[in-house]
Ligand binder design. Sequence first.
Ligand code: SF4
Ligand code: NI
Ligand code: NI
Length: 735
Amino acid sequence: KMVAFAAIQGAYNIVSKAEGIYNRAVEQYGPEQKLEFPNTAYFLPIIYSLLGIPVKDLASAKRPLEIARKLLPPHVKNFNHLPYLGPLLDAGMSALFAEEIVEAIRYVDDPDFYLPSENVDIDKGKIWLGAADDTVMRKRGVEFVDGSAPGFAAIVGAAPNKEIAKEIAEEYQRRSLYVFMAANQSGTTFTEQLIEAGVQVGWGTRLVPFGPDISAAVFALGFANRAGMAFGGIEPGNYKAMLKYNKDRIFAFVNALGEVNAEWAANAAGCVNWGFPTIADTDIPEILPTGVCTYEHVVGDIPLDEICQKSVEVRGLKTIVTKVDIPLSYGAAFEGERIRKDDLFVEMGGGKTQCTELVEMTEMDEIEDNKITVVGPEIDDLGEKGGRLPLGILVKVAGRKMQPDFEPILERQIHHLVNYAQGVMHIGQRDIAWIRTGRPAVDKGFKIKHIGQILHDMFHKDFGNILDKVEVILYTKEEDVKKHTENARAVYKTRDERVESMTDESVEIYYSCTLCQSFAPSHVCVVSPERTGLCGAYNWFDCKASYEINPTGPNQPIEKGEVIDPVLGQWKGCNDFVFKASRQKITHYNFYSIVNDPMTTCGCCECIAAVLPACNGVMTVHRDYTGETPCGMKFTTLAGVMGGGQSSPGFVGHSKYNVIQRKFIAGDGGLLRMVWMPKSLKEELREQLIRRGEELGHPDLIDKICDETIAIDEAGVMEHLEKVGHPAVSMDPIV
Ligand code: SF4
Ligand code: NI
Ligand code: NI
């Protein structure tokens, strides 16, 4: 019962300290001083999501701080008499509200304290990342949606030494969990221990250094709550739904390393509200009165070599360590590693040499399973210094259920599958692939043949129901790679022509995608040949293949049925499906319109288009563009307002590729309506925009589309349109 007392005492300390900091800040900056985390539409997310209060400045932070004070339970002397968990949970909650305000004030006091980036900058001594902006939150949130990240471990404090820190972190990485790091133990932090041990930290490797104080725990909980608002459509202020959502869907827990002080105890109590238990390595008495809890909320005295296993057990997490037969650790958390220049040992592709990948289906008797052949030099042949090699990867697959349509889907896996190997980096695809391997991986025994081993093992694991045999040939002699590349290019060309020539009219079956329902319960994508999924990850062929691979999965065939509106793109069969799959929330939508009942939008869309009435056209903005747009909202704001799975006339989420598909907002006038796009998106789509412009009789359309270097307000855009004679100017009124 000691710690229970400590938790309440800790909450008192935290709230009192926060009040002191707050009063000082008001005196110093005045109540109008802006208060915010960078680039987010969710204000201070714990306060916003649970209390519904949008804190925008010091003045509006006053109420949540008062609520924190009021929530503090009276000092209870005898915890055996605590009738229910309430007082402790409340104490924890007040601590978190107060800490969130303290961290926001830190952004004002010391604007350079946190690095606004996904990765640390060790050279500049910048290792704390603070609040993730919405771009990071969405990108990473999607991994929680598709299951590639099962949850997160919040580590507070520090391990006894850097070697143990590294072991714990890598154990979680192998399980694909995120590790969120906060607080220090007598001045030492887990983050610094990892850096000293040579481990790469940052969002890319799923080892996220939030901050050196316990108050940085709010960044982890705030991340979880923003995911709930962005992907789960939970309304700000609906604290019951939010906490339940976290308990049911976000598999997280806390590891307290080192002595648990009163403030840590308060935070641990706070986390219980989310259903996140704390597992500690020191002997702490139970934080909560026994007999009330359904499971162990706080477990102490766990030996460090068992803490990972014990933690996932306590939280009831099913994580699987992926086993591939290579001498390196392997898992999604190693995807974002970079190979440092000084570590680079061998490089294949990337402009200096050719690197080409191809997956080809063959007859069962033509290949031998698990046969991996390297034709040409291996890594050993490069000598002490390493160097460059050309590389041709040919994966031959066979299976009774295999189809040629699955080839590109399997081929696209090569990128992340190779990237998952610790110390190996893969960029690009097809004939512009690029693989870099560092010296540490080579020292552990990594060879070119292991690329083949990864592909064999993982293809069997992930696609076992369509594949029976996988054979891999790796060419490393220039003339062989050249021949392989010519052959591969001919195959790519045939495939692309097939995808591009497909029309919505040419098929009777579309496919649903409900993958995002695990986060946005009412969201349903319907994917047609000319409208790819709005996340950009699924086109019609992908959904078809995915259905055939997994007939009870998230992609189901939908018979279009009776045409309700051929221009706006509406079919009875689709409506019926959407009505059912959205649990009666959505009755119908149009595939080709932004103005009239557009498709629903969910938080992971690549772009969001918006009508610009004064310009008689539309604009679109992609996730990576963080600047202002002429509709008055940044991407994060648009996604925050639109991304909950509803249909919002005037706005629609879509993929980048969809912009140059022929049916893009065809019901409202099509691509000729496009009047503004961020420059980077224009460049990314340049070739195809030119081609589509030509098809529409406006070969110079791309140059007529305004971007942020010309104007970011409707009047400025309009001026530009008139100057260049943009086709939208003379079209029928859009609304
Ligand atoms: Fe989510 Fe739609 Fe993409 Fe499926 S197609 S993953 S539902 S956005
Ligand atoms: Ni096999
Ligand atoms: Ni989504």
